[in-house]
Design a protein around this ligand. Structure first.
Ligand SMILES: Cc1ncc(COP(=O)(O)O)c(C=O)c1O
Length: 474
């Protein structure tokens, strides 16, 4: 018999309304920080309802959108820009589908987001993954080493394009021109989901427009548009815009939300008129907070100098409390429950907090006070966990074949020696540990178990922590 539910409840909506009243300092996405980085028009109480329109004849939706995208292209130093209402993921999947042909080889730095694997699946591409350089003691990706790229280019001279993630989830940025030089006449795509703003903080030479053919902004992450919005920018004759549009159309709703599109347009204007300047003006204050935190006993803050001429986005603070005996997951829990500070990310070693230049000053002070207080709680010490992802597993069947194979769900132990049929990725940040078609080894299984045991989430497993593997014909 079907369970009878009382239909007078809306649990998700109600939870969000409750959450809106909860005083938590927002050190997470979306970058507008609960409204601090939005234009005043958004605070007219009925505005979202009134502009939730569709393509009706009463307004010039096409002309307005075209002009808005043109202004965005001009602002972000691109030839062409496309607004995205299905996140940076839409741009990544659409670009891979529109630009390349099935079977094309593309080089991909392994610290890619799982949407890259989705794009590879839909487009039927052959990825050649390149090991990412990890920071010892932190266990987070630093980026793609130029020597590793050089070696892969030599091995696969017939590659059609290169895709890198820059900056990384923790805000480590590599110089784009170096990759441009190495990839010569091939298509260079940059997943700049977390970037776009670096130059406004006086860090030049690290933004994608300096050499990429195409780049994608998760505009909602650091720049302040609504969640689920993004932009795709193109700056090259190597990409045929109609073909790109076709790729985007393939995976895009026919009814994009005009509230989200308007948020992108409004965000670009806000950044141009005020936001961009705030990144510069509030930088000294942020740097002061960073150094005060760095002086706290027991907390280590991720700082440069880093190898390969890398820099760190100052608007992301990554903290390690291992010296106090705390994993990143535990530290995040303490920040949230004892200090009402909501970080963006935690893993075994660290927590990452995202700051916006329009963020309340009191939030920054609260963060410093919280770190000081935690630092006084000497609980013991754990050695930094030298977590490194296992080396890239062998690809035994193409990614697409792995995704569409008949599959069966098995326990983690039983999965060793079988072929992955799903993307397995600790989330956040969504960097794949296993890609469909790859051979599952002991190291991958250990890594999954360790993440779950320490309180992390691994996407791609089912609710019983079983894993999808390709069915064998026995
Ligand atoms: C590096 C990177 N690229 C792409 C994405 C996908 O962004 P979105 O959630 O906007 O689709 C993410 C999401 O976290 C990401 O971290």
């Amino acid at each position: 018999m079907k369970t009878e539910f009382s239909q007078n409840q809306a649990p998700l909506f109600e939870e969000l309304l409750r959450c809106a009243q909860r005083p938590l300092a927002p050190f997470h996405t979306p970058g507008h920080k609960r409204g601090a980085g939005l234009e005043p028009e958004w605070f007219q109480s009925d505005i979202v309802a009134k502009i939730d329109l569709t393509e009706i004849s009463a307004f010039d939706w096409w002309g307005a959108l075209e002009k808005a995208q043109m202004l965005a292209a001009n602002f972000f130093d691109a030839d062409l820009s496309f607004f995205l209402t299905q996140g940076a993921s839409q741009g990544i999947i659409g670009a891979l589908t529109g630009i390349f042909a099935p079977g094309d080889k593309i080089l991909v730095s392994r610290n890619c987001h799982l949407s890259v694997i989705k794009g590879i699946t839909i487009a039927g591409l052959t990825p050649i993954f390149i090991e990412t350089d990890y920071l010892p003691e932190w266990g987070i990706p630093g980026g793609l080493k130029k020597s590793a790229l050089r070696a892969k280019i030599k091995e696969h001279p017939d590659y059609k394009g290169l895709l890198i993630t820059n900056p990384t989830y923790q805000g480590i940025a590599n110089r784009i021109r170096d990759y441009r030089e190495l990839s010569a006449d091939r298509i260079l795509l940059v997943d700049e989901a977390h970037g776009g703003h670096l130059e406004w903080s006086g860090i030049s030479g690290y933004n994608a427009y300096e050499g990429a053919d195409l780049w994608i902004h998760g505009t909602h992450k650091m720049m302040g548009s609504f969640t689920q919005t993004g932009m795709l920018h193109v700056n090259t004759a190597r990409i045929e815009p109609d073909q790109l549009q076709q790729g985007l159309d393939l995976i895009t709703t026919t009814s994009p939300s005009y509230v989200l599109l308007a948020s992108l347009d409004s965000n670009r204007r806000f950044l141009a008129e005020k936001g961009r300047r705030l990144f510069r003006e509030r930088l000294p204050e942020l740097m002061k907070v960073r150094s005060r935190i760095a002086a706290c006993d027991g907390a280590r803050i991720l700082e440069g100098p880093l190898a390969e001429d890398r820099v760190i986005d100052p608007w992301k603070i990554t903290l390690n409390f291992n010296l106090l005996g705390l994993t990143g997951y535990q530290a995040a829990h303490i920040l949230e429950t004892d200090f009402r500070i909501q970080p963006e990310y935690a893993d075994l070693n660290q927590v990452t907090l995202l700051i916006g230049p329009w963020q309340d000053r009191a939030d920054l002070e609260a963060l410093y006070q919280a770190v000081t207080a935690i630092s006084k709680r000497k609980q013991g010490k754990i050695a930094p966990i030298n977590w490194m992802p296992p080396s890239i597993p062998a690809q035994v069947i193409p990614v697409r074949d792995g995704v569409f194979a008949s599959k069966t769900w098995v326990s983690l132990e039983e999965a060793i020696g079988r072929v992955a049929a799903n993307i397995i990725a600790p989330y956040p940040p969504g960097v794949p540990l296993l890609v469909p078609g790859e051979l599952i080894g002991k190291d991958e299984v250990e890594s999954i178990k360790q993440t779950i045991l320490s309180g992390g989430i691994v996407r791609g497993l089912n609710s019983g922590h079983k894993i999808a593997v390709v069915k064998e014909n026995r």
